[in-house]
Each structure stands twice: as structure tokens, then as C-alpha cells.
Design a protein around this ligand. Structure first.
Ligand code: FAD
Length: 379
């Protein structure tokens, strides 16, 4: 077997890994990206055309500085790659007044001076007639939110990384890795053995294979997304309809304007998760998940409650407190990782790639990463 040498190996070229390859390669480093499947595959966490980007962040104000940087980078990377990655549509959090998510998102806007409006349910429906909200629901409108074209984002990052010399090998999973006495790493695949000064582990749902200490700390669950026939597509076109997160009795659901598919895309229920082993090849969503999505459409967005055109399953990698984990592997400072983005990480990928490149090259980040440390989670 041949042994090639790199400055950095990135294991897992999905959302976080493709961005890492780009940020490392543009710094002039010799980068190898290893990917288990082909690019843009539908076995991980990043397929399905779109991911919401929200600056108003009910999950916590501490995310806002990073998502602001990510927003900037999505626009910039799209321009550099000649692809439109960031679509600004405005974002809506919809929840019962006093129920939590709207108030938490509002707090993040106040903490970080984000433009926003709190809307009564009737005003939400006046602006966006597709919604039929439950009595007592209110909305938080934030005009900078929108969506990122998810597979395109991976292609864009990889294309840019390759144009700066990165080598990307698909269908070649990392089998294992070992630190060397000289402070580097050796990575083994079925096709070869590679050495590098640094390792970035971004293997998503499979992260615990490479970072065994995560086995007790993260879990993988299946989520459903579907595209449904709309009676009135004009209500859902980009420009007429925002991205949204709706908390209702049935669960938390999220949706998008029409984009590169004739159907209206709805995902969820965000917290209604079903365990999955990522090594199991079946990604079919359960009947219960699809039933809940269809009930949500029928009650709250009836003009999009037509027949399903496409349904897909997707993996969330979840930490116990639903905050990300971005850290170095314990005892191995030359290996960094990011995962357990708990179903809300894609929007950050452009910035997390930059953060992992910073950690790999200088051991530091301009962002406060304490909320994302491994040590916050009991083993
Ligand atoms: C249905 C659904 C909807 C979502 N909606 C949103 C949203 O609207 N907004 C948002 O911000 N986030 C959202 N998320 C979450 C977001 O998509 C994820 O946090 C993000 O995609 C995770 O990126 P990742 O790079 O960690 O994983 P992935 O993109 O899955 O990448 C991991 C990669 O590692 C590869 N790999 C695994 N093992 C190995 C190995 N041993 N060697 C080499 N390669 C390996 C995998 O094949 C994969 O390509 C959603 C997730 C799902 C599932």
C-alpha cells in the first residue's frame, strides 16, 4: 500500500468537512478529504436541497455571532464558486404566545441588535396567507433569515478546495486513525495509508467510530422531510413566502419556499425522533413521521396539503443538551472534530469549516467555543 503525506486530512466531506477542506486549502495547506460515499449522497445529514438559516436563534444567543459569520461566508463562497448558495427570504418563528421559542428568538435579536418584528397571528396571515395558525400563535419575523442550497454548498466548497489543490477521494471511508510520536496522524483506508500533521474529523452520524469517547455522548436519530403537491403554488414562491419554524401541539415543523422542486417542503417533527444506526442502509421515514407532517400541513398550511411527491429520511446526530460539539480529541491536540449539530447545524457549516481550519492551524478561534466543548458533557 502506498503512503502519501498531507498537511491536513479531513475525514467526512459533508457539510462541515467540505467547508473545512476549502478553508484549509485556501490557506495554502496540502489537504486530503476522504468521503465514505459520493458527494451529495442521501445517507447523511445534508441532502434534500435546502437548509434553513436563521439569525434569530431560540436555541441560544451564544450562536448568533457564529451564524452571522456563516451568513457572510455563504454569500461570499457562493460568489467565489459562481453558485447562489444563500437565499434571503426572511425567517418566521411561529409559536404560542408565552410558549418559549418566539420569546427566546426575540431575546437573541435584542442581545445582538438584529432587526426583527413581533407579529400577531392575524398579521402573519395577512402577510403570508398560506398560514392558518392556531388561536394565540404569534410570530417573530427576522428579515435576514432564509435558506442555504445544501448539496450545492458542498459542491461549491469542494470545487473551491480542489481549485486550491485539495485532493478529494470519494467512496473511501477512513477505517481508523492513530496519532504518531512526532505529533501527526496516520489514517488508514481500504485503498491506502496516509500521513498528515493534522486531522479534522467531520464524519457526522458516524463520528463516534472515529472519536470513541462520543459513543456515550451522542445519539443518531432519523428525521423525515417531504415535498407535497400545492394547490396554490403562487403562495409559496420565493419572494412571497419565508422559511419558518412552527411549534404546535403536534410538534415542531419547518418549511421553505418552493425551490428546485414542484412540491412544498416540510420537515419534522423536529423533536419527534426515531433512533437509527447510521450503518443501517435504510433511510425510509416511518409512517408515523409522514402522518404527522401531513397532519401539520392539513391543519396549518392547507394549500400545501396535497399528495407527497418525494419523501426522504435523514440523520440527526444529537448531543444530550442539543448544543454542538466542537473540540480537540482528548489527549490528541492535532485532531479536531465537529459534530452532534443536533438537527440545526447546516447553517453554521461555512463558519464551522473556518473554525476547524483555525483550530487546526493556530489552536485558537475568535469565537467563544466553551458552550461547544466536550468537557461540558459528562462521559
Ligand atoms: C432532515 C434534516 C433537516 C435539517 N434541517 C436543518 C435546517 O433547516 N437548518 C440547519 O441549520 N440544519 C438543519 N439540519 C441539520 C444539518 O443538516 C446537520 O447539522 C448538518 O448537515 C451536519 O453536517 P455534517 O457535516 O456533520 O454531516 P454530513 O453532511 O452528513 O457529513 C458527514 C460526512 O461524513 C461522511 N463519513 C462518515 N464516516 C466517514 C468515514 N469513516 N470516512 C470518511 N467519511 C465519512 C459521511 O458519508 C458524510 O458525507 C437538518 C438535518 C436533517 C437531517
Amino acid at each position: 500500500m502506498s503512503q502519501h503525506s498531507y498537511d491536513v486530512i479531513v475525514a467526512g466531506v459533508g457539510a462541515m468537512g467540505s467547508a473545512s477542506c476549502w478553508h484549509l486549502a485556501q490557506r495554502g495547506l496540502k489537504v486530503l478529504g476522504l468521503e465514505r460515499f459520493d458527494l451529495g449522497h442521501a445517507m447523511g445529514s445534508s441532502h434534500g436541497l435546502t437548509r434553513i438559516i436563521r439569525l434569530a436563534y431560540f436555541e441560544g444567543s451564544h450562536y448568533v455571532p457564529i451564524v452571522k459569520r456563516a451568513h457572510e461566508l455563504w454569500a461570499q463562497t457562493g460568489e467565489q464558486a459562481g453558485m447562489k448558495l444563500l437565499h434571503v427570504t426572511g425567517s418566521l418563528d411561529l409559536a404560542p404566545k408565552g410558549g418559549g421559542p418566539v420569546e427566546s428568538s426575540l431575546q437573541s435579536c435584542l442581545d445582538h441588535g438584529l432587526t426583527h418584528e413581533v407579529l400577531e397571528g392575524s398579521e402573519v396571515t395577512r402577510r403570508f396567507p398560506a398560514f392558518q395558525l392556531p388561536e394565540g400563535h404569534i410570530g417573530l419575523w427576522q428579515p435576514d433569515g432564509g435558506f442555504v442550497a445544501s448539496e450545492k454548498a458542498i459542491y461549491a466548497h469542494v470545487g473551491l478546495a480542489q481549485s486550491h489543490g485539495a485532493e478529494i477521494r470519494t467512496n473511501e471511508p477512513m477505517l481508523d486513525w492513530t496519532p504518531t510520536a512526532q505529533g501527526g496522524v496516520i489514517v488508514r483506508t481500504e485503498r491506502g495509508t496516509y500521513s498528515a500533521g493534522r486531522l479534522v474529523i467531520t464524519s457526522g452520524g458516524w463520528i463516534a467510530d472515529a472519536v470513541p469517547t462520543l459513543k456515550e455522548r451522542v445519539s443518531t436519530v432519523k428525521q423525515a422531510i417531504g415535498w407535497f403537491t400545492t394547490r396554490r403554488p403562487e403562495l409559496f414562491r420565493e419572494g412571497a413566502f419565508p422559511v419558518f419554524i412552527l411549534s404546535a401541539d403536534e410538534g415542531t415543523f419547518y418549511g421553505f419556499p418552493l425551490y428546485e422542486h414542484p412540491g412544498f417542503k416540510l420537515g419534522g417533527p423536529h423533536f419527534g425522533r426515531e433512533p437509527i444506526d447510521p450503518h443501517d442502509q435504510d433511510r425510509t421515514p416511518s409512517e408515523n413521521q409522514i402522518r404527522l407532517i401531513r397532519e401539520c400541513l392539513a391543519r396549518y398550511i392547507p394549500d400545501a396539503a396535497g399528495e407527497p411527491l418525494t419523501v426522504k429520511g435523514c440523520i440527526y446526530t444529537v448531543s444530550p443538551d442539543e448544543d454542538f460539539i466542537i473540540d480537540t480529541v482528548p489527549g490528541v491536540p492535532q485532531a479536531v472534530f465537529a459534530s452532534a449539530c443536533s438537527g440545526h447545524g447546516f447553517k453554521f457549516a461555512s463558519a464551522i469549516g473556518e473554525i476547524l481550519a483555525d483550530l487546526s492551524t493556530s489552536g485558537q478561534s475568535p469565537f467563544d467555543l466553551k458552550p461547544f466543548s466536550l468537557s461540558r458533557l459528562p462521559a
